[in-house]
Design a protein around this ligand. Structure first.
Ligand SMILES: *Cc1c(COP(=O)(O)O)cnc(C)c1O
Length: 386
C-alpha cells in the first residue's frame, strides 16, 4: 500500500508484522530491548505502532520519557505496581483514601491471591498533611508509596509535591494516580514521582464511551520491568481504542479547561443557594479546607472539575433531585465525561460517608447557563420542606 497524507494516526490492526528476510528475523529476535524501533514491529502484543503513537503523545503531556498504555485504569495500576514487585517481599504503603476499585484490587489480588501484605495510611482529619505522611514513612519504612492527590468523593487535596519530595529523601519510590487532577493541573513526574498513572476512561477520553489506562515514567529500568509485565500478561490495549483515545486527546485541554471553569461556577452557584444546599465542597471555593494547598499544588491553574455538595432534606430530597434531573444530569457511576453526571454518595460510599443527601457531581462541558438552569429548576421543584 502506498503512503497517504494522514493527519490522524492510522489504525494498524495487525496481529503481527511481516519480515523481509531471514536476517531481519534474526535481528528482531536477537534485539534485547523493549523499545521497538520504527521499522522493527514484530507482534502487536509486544508493540503496535498505533498504540506507540498514543504512548508518545501521553509521555509528552506528562513531560516523561516512557508511557505504557493499558486497556483500563485498573490494568495500568497492576502494571505500575508490577515494576516494584519483589519475590523476596514488598513494603508498599497506600493511602486509604484512594479509588474504591484500587482498594478492592489491593485486598482481592495483592493480599488474598498473591500473598503480598500491604500497609495503609488512614487520613488525619480527613486529609494527608505532609508531616503526618513523612512521619508514617519514617515509622513504616515502605519501599513504595502510592497515593492520589485529591480524595474521592470528599475532594481533600494533599500537598503531593511536598509528599513526593519527603518520600524521595527517604529513598521511597512514589506512584501517583493522577486521574482527578490530570497533567493539565499537575505533572507529578516533574516533581520526582517514579510513576504517574491515569484511568483514561475519565478525562482523557472524556466522552463516556472508552475504557483505558496509562502509566508514565522516566526511569528506564522501571519502564522495562513494567513493559515486560504488560507483554507477558497480554495487557495491551487495542489499536482501535488507542486511535480513538488519540482523537479525544486533541480536545482534552480545551474540554478540561471548560469543565474546570464550569465546576468553579457551579460551586459558587450552589454556595449561594443555601435554601436548598447544606454544604458545598470544592477546593476552588475560598474557605474550603483544601483551597490554599490546591492553589499551590496546581499553581493557580484551577481546582478540578468535581463538585461535592449536600442537598437539604435528606434521603427524600436526594431521591426527588435524581428524578427531576433524569435526562439532563444523569446518575452515572463514572466521571470526566463531556456531559455533567453525578453520583449519590451515601449509596456508593456508605461505609465511610453514610450521611444522606450528598452528591458528587462530575461537571461537563455544557454551556454553564444550561447546567445552572437544570439544577435551579430541580431545586425549585423539590417540594420538600426547606
Ligand atoms: C476510574 C478510576 C480508576 C480505575 O479506572 P478504570 O478505567 O475503571 O479501570 C482508577 N483510579 C481512579 C482515580 C479512577 O477514578
Amino acid at each position: 500500500m502506498k503512503k497517504v497524507n494522514s493527519q490522524t494516526t492510522p489504525i494498524y490492526r495487525n496481529s503481527g508484522f511481516f519480515f523481509e528476510s531471514l536476517e531481519q528475523i534474526e535481528d528482531a529476535f536477537a534485539r534485547n530491548t523493549v523499545v521497538t524501533p520504527e521499522d522493527g514491529y514484530i507482534y502487536s502484543r509486544y508493540d503496535n505502532p498505533t498504540v506507540v503513537d498514543l504512548e508518545r503523545r501521553i509521555a509528552e503531556m506528562e513531560q516523561g520519557r516512557y508511557s505504557i498504555a493499558a486497556p483500563s485504569g485498573m490494568a495500568a495500576i497492576d502494571i505500575a505496581l508490577s515494576a516494584f514487585e519483589k519475590p523476596s517481599g514488598n513494603r508498599w504503603l497506600f493511602f486509604t483514601e484512594i479509588y474504591g476499585g484500587t482498594n478492592y484490587y489491593i485486598k482481592n489480588v495483592l493480599n488474598d491471591r498473591r500473598g503480598i501484605d500491604t500497609m495503609h495510611l488512614e487520613p488525619e482529619n480527613g486529609g494527608y498533611d505532609v508531616e503526618y505522611v513523612a512521619q508514617a514513612i519514617a515509622r513504616l519504612k515502605p519501599d513504595v508509596l502510592y497515593f492520589e492527590p485529591v480524595t474521592n468523593p470528599m475532594l481533600i487535596v494533599c500537598n503531593g509535591r511536598e509528599i513526593i519530595a519527603r518520600a524521595k529523601q527517604m529513598g521511597v519510590r512514589v506512584v501517583v494516580d493522577n486521574t482527578f487532577a490530570t497533567p493539565y493541573l499537575w505533572q507529578p513526574l516533574t516533581d520526582g514521582a517514579d510513576i504517574v498513572l491515569h484511568s483514561t476512561t475519565k478525562y482523557f477520553s472524556g466522552h463516556g464511551d472508552l475504557a483505558g489506562g496509562v502509566l508514565t515514567m522516566n526511569d528506564e529500568q522501571i519502564y522495562v520491568s513494567a513493559k515486560n509485565y504488560r507483554k507477558f500478561c497480554g495487557m495491551q490495549p487495542s489499536p482501535d481504542d488507542a486511535a480513538r483515545l488519540l482523537s479525544y486527546l486533541d480536545s482534552f485541554e480545551c474540554r478540561f479547561a471548560c469543565q474546570i471553569d464550569n465546576a468553579q461556577k457551579l460551586a459558587h452557584y450552589l454556595n449561594e443557594s443555601k435554601q436548598y444546599v447544606e454544604n458545598v465542597i470544592y477546593p476552588g471555593l475560598e474557605g474550603d479546607i483544601s483551597n490554599s494547598i490546591a492553589r499551590d499544588l496546581f499553581r493557580g491553574v484551577g481546582y478540578g472539575a468535581i463538585v461535592t455538595f449536600q442537598i437539604r432534606g435528606g434521603r427524600a430530597a436526594a431521591a426527588r433531585f435524581i428524578e427531576l434531573l433524569r435526562g439532563e444530569i444523569n446518575v452515572v457511576p463514572t466521571l470526566g465525561d463531556a456531559h455533567t453526571i453525578m453520583m449519590p454518595i451515601a449509596q456508593v460510599w456508605g461505609d465511610k460517608y453514610p450521611e444522606q443527601g450528598y452528591f458528587r457531581v462530575s461537571v461537563g462541558t455544557e454551556p454553564f447557563h444550561k447546567i445552572e438552569k437544570n439544577v435551579k429548576k430541580a431545586f425549585e421543584n423539590l417540594g420538600v420542606p426547606k
